[in-house]
Design a protein around this ligand. Structure first.
Ligand code: ATP
Ligand code: ZN
Length: 225
């Protein structure tokens, strides 16, 4: 087991959040050597261990209390919360701060030549997505239903492949949609990266360290505004 007196922070190992997560921690004064392809990196100057994992694992690691803090996209966090609730669990965690990176939107997109006048156009249709619970929450709120086509990659090819009528996927520029003959028709969720903390009290030492980090994060983000 890892040394439980050290604060454990989970971040994405490699992907859209990893560079900025690392930079944020570095700007907070945490000296970490992430050069090696290691799961765990130890901070040299503070009692902090950095766990580097797939982003999808981060909400669960925090909810299960395996790590103290995590940096994760709200989209992935919310989908995991809704998934666990659908399984009858009552996931607990707190959001310490919304961060200033990782911005994207979860959108509905349809073949470019199709007519869209509102989400009711998609009532009872088949929609490909990696975010079935976020999509269901949106459709429920409109009193609509859809048939799910769950894909964890290549979502944007589903309509062309005849697998679905539409998709619900993350978008930042829209270039991927366009390249696949799709048109963004509605935004259902806007996401940024957030810093989250596990439920339950931290030891006094860990809490003092988290308070210090929060002050520094505040300063780093304000300086960038
Ligand atoms: P992993 O290998 O860790 O599972 P991944 O492929 O699932 O990575 P990335 O593509 O690296 O995930 O995206 C991580 C997060 O970055 C997304 O969940 C989202 O919060 C955010 N993000 C920001 N911009 C975009 C974008 N244009 N497309 C997708 N995700 C984006
Ligand atoms: Zn992922």
């Amino acid at each position: 087991m890892l040394d439980n007196t050290r604060l454990r922070i989970a971040m994405q190992k490699s992907g859209r959040l990893s560079d900025e997560s690392r930079e944020l921690l570095t700007r907070c004064g945490i000296k970490i050597n992430l050069q090696q392809q290691r799961l765990i990196a130890f901070a040299e100057n503070m009692p902090i261990d950095i766990l580097r994992v797939r982003d999808d694992d981060i909400p669960g690691l925090v909810m299960d209390g395996v790590v103290d803090l995590g940096i994760i996209g709200e989209n992935v966090l919310e989908e995991e919360v809704l998934t666990r609730r659908a399984q009858g669990e009552d996931p607990q965690l707190s959001i310490l701060r919304r961060l200033d990176f990782g911005g994207c939107r979860l959108s509905l997109a349809m073949p470019a030549d199709s007519v869209y006048t509102g989400p009711e156009c998609l009532d009872t249709k088949r929609i490909a997505t990696s975010y079935p619970h976020l999509l269901k929450k949106y459709f429920d709120s409109k009193g609509l239903t859809f048939k799910s086509c769950l894909l964890n990659g290549s979502v944007e090819v589903a309509p062309r492949a005849g697998l679905s009528d539409a998709i619900c996927d993350l978008v930042s520029t829209g270039a991927t949609l366009e390249a696949n003959g799709l048109r963004e028709v509605d935004v259902i969720y806007r996401s940024k990266a957030v810093l989250i903390q596990r439920a339950g009290e931290l030891s006094d030492d860990k809490q003092a360290l988290v308070d210090r980090l929060m002050t520094r994060i505040q300063g780093v983000i304000q300086a960038r505004e």
